[in-house]
Design a binder for this molecule. Structure first.
Ligand SMILES: Nc1nc2c(ncn2[C@@H]2O[C@H](COP(=O)(O)OP(=O)(O)OP(=O)(O)O)[C@@H](O)[C@H]2O)c(=O)[nH]1
Length: 506
């Protein structure tokens, strides 16, 4: 299994051709000398071993655990073999110099001076052993034609090596480019999670994530669409960065067509000369939602689909997390019927205001409490659905009079509270007056239990108090007390009205 995954190192592949050439050429040289000198097969037969070596060398590299190291060893074996063979050829000078130089140069290129010195030692040692075994003979010159043959071979060999070095350099250059790109992808992915986590809502999450991606890939454009699977027309989020208006229109059309059918990853037709749009569906990455991540890239490149898939994974995970987190937060902080803050959130906020007042006595807070009058009657006469509608209408009405900094909460049943975290009684009274003054015009439409629609007036009792009047801990109780005084007055008023006009429900 491990064997099948191993790949022969590019150096071993690159040296195949020059090595075959060098050994074949040396075999030719051997045959030539054997013919001229008449030594015949006694020289040619062992020379055949030269022809076998390139194949053996490749097999050694291809089957080694570390094929690069094996190829380094092969280059040293080349020196050994050639050193020995130069002694067999009686140190024909031109061959000894060119072959020796080639051995030194090859080792110098891959392993530096140290390896070159090792190659020199091996070459010399093998030559000495060869001389010892076959007897030392020195024949510096054979013939002019053989000199020409040897020069021609040397030139071709060195040019081949030059070509190999060039293609190796190009490959290294390409690899460096790829590594740099992958590094950018890695950093973009790594920080994408952080950017997404910092966002407070889905809109900022998507916006910031795309801006972040574009900061890493300024030449690219990005767009993302996320929508709830069941209610795509209700919950829909989108963000676009670095796309032209025309591209955005094109995407809108595309998503209208593919909506619900799932988009297969792949490039869409070119949008501009040399540019491509990639669409990656987040299908399977989101549970309740579906979405698409779109990328405009300056060039067509298959690896971009993989990268887009990684971005889509990361963005989908961040979006899903944020949606769940926001949902959880909403459930924990909000009242299900009205969407206002709930009692738990109000109590925590009130606690903070009390602590704030303890630390900075000049910092006042105020509370306005409200209770819906006659909710029980509405429930009893028209049903609970109508009661709920009344509560929702009151909530909407109160929201109209609150600022972002006010904390409007439904404290249970028919009770509402506004906490003004940094305001005094004057502010609370002002809001109470505005609410009270506009109240007679406020109506709500309710659906009665027997399927009819009725219009009801809103009635509220109000009571406000602030930390400038009583100790912080007692503000809430004082507001509650005042609200009940107000409620009692309403009740009294109603009894008086009934005494004079007769009772009519609501
Ligand atoms: N429809 C509906 N009724 C609720 C809800 N929460 C509490 N109630 C009902 O609201 C009624 C509150 O009764 P009371 O405290 O007497 O309030 P009220 O009827 O407004 O009486 P007054 O305040 O004296 O005018 C009770 O009948 C509760 O059951 C709710 O979420 N929806």
């Amino acid at each position: 299994m491990q064997h099948s995954l191993r790949r022969t190192h590019r150096l071993a592949m690159a040296t195949i051709a020059p090595r075959i050439f060098a050994f074949c050429h040396t075999f030719g040289l051997t045959v030539w000398i054997a013919v001229i000198e008449g030594s015949g097969w006694t020289l040619i037969l062992p020379g055949i071993l030269l022809l076998l070596w390139p194949g053996v060398a490749y097999a050694l590299a291809a089957n080694a655990q570390n094929s690069k190291r094996a190829e380094f060893r092969n280059l040293l074996y080349d020196s050994l073999l050639f050193g020995f063979w130069c002694s067999v050829l009686d140190f024909y000078v031109l061959a000894t110099i060119t072959i020796g130089l080639a051995c030194l140069m090859n080792n110098l290129v891959v392993g530096g001076v140290r390896k070159m010195l090792v190659a020199a030692v091996l070459f010399t040692t093998a030559a000495l052993i060869g001389s010892a075994l076959t007897g030392f003979n020195f024949r510096p010159y054979v013939s002019n034609n053989l000199d020409i043959y040897q020069w021609a071979g040397a030139v071709v060999y060195f040019l081949t090596i030059g070509r190999v070095t060039y293609s190796q350099n190009r490959q290294i250059g390409r690899s460096i480019g790829e590594i740099k790109f992958q590094n950018r992808v890695f950093h973009a992915l790594l920080d994408l999670g952080t950017v997404a986590n910092r966002a407070t809502n889905i809109h900022t999450l998507l916006d910031n994530s795309l801006k972040h991606l574009q900061s890493h890939f300024p030449d690219y454009g990005f767009a993302v669409f996320v929508q709830e699977r069941q209610r795509s027309e209700v919950t829909r989020y989108a963000a676009v960065v670095g796309l032209s208006l025309e591209d955005e229109q094109r995407l809108k059309r595309l998503l209208t067509n593919v909506n619900g059918q799932g988009v297969q990853p792949g490039a869409l037709p070119k949008i501009d000369e040399g540019e491509s749009l990639y669409v990656m569906s987040m299908e399977g990455r989101l549970s309740l939602y579906e979405g698409w991540l779109i990328m405009r890239a300056p060039n067509r490149d298959d690896s971009l689909e993989q990268i887009l898939s990684l971005f889509a994974d990361q963005l989908a995970a961040a979006t899903e997390n944020k949606l769940l987190h926001l949902e959880l937060k909403k459930t924990a902080e909000r009242d299900g019927l009205t969407g206002l803050y709930n009692r738990g959130f109000l109590e925590a906020a009130l606690q903070m205001s009390i602590q704030g007042k303890a630390q900075t006595p000049s910092l006042d807070f105020a509370v306005l409490m409200m209770d819906v009058d006659r909710l029980k009657e509405v429930n009893d006469h028209y049903g609970h659905v109508a009661g709920d509608q009344l509560i929702s209408s009151v909530a909407k009405y109160l929201q109209l009079h609150c600022r972002d900094s006010d904390i409007l909460a439904r404290c249970g049943g028919d009770e509402f509270v506004i906490l003004f975290p940094s305001a005094d009684l004057t502010a609370a009274k002002r809001v109470a007056n505005v609410i009270r003054e506009n109240l007679p015009e406020q109506r709500c439409i309710i659906d009665t239990a027997n399927g009819e629609r009725e219009e009801l007036a809103l009635h509220l009792s109000l009571g406000c108090a602030s930390s400038s009047e009583v100790p912080a801990l007692q503000v809430f109780a004082l507001a509650d007390e005042r609200m009940y005084e107000d409620k009692n007055q309403h009740r009294k008023q109603r009894v008086d009205d009934l005494g004079t006009a007769g009772w009519t429900p609501l």
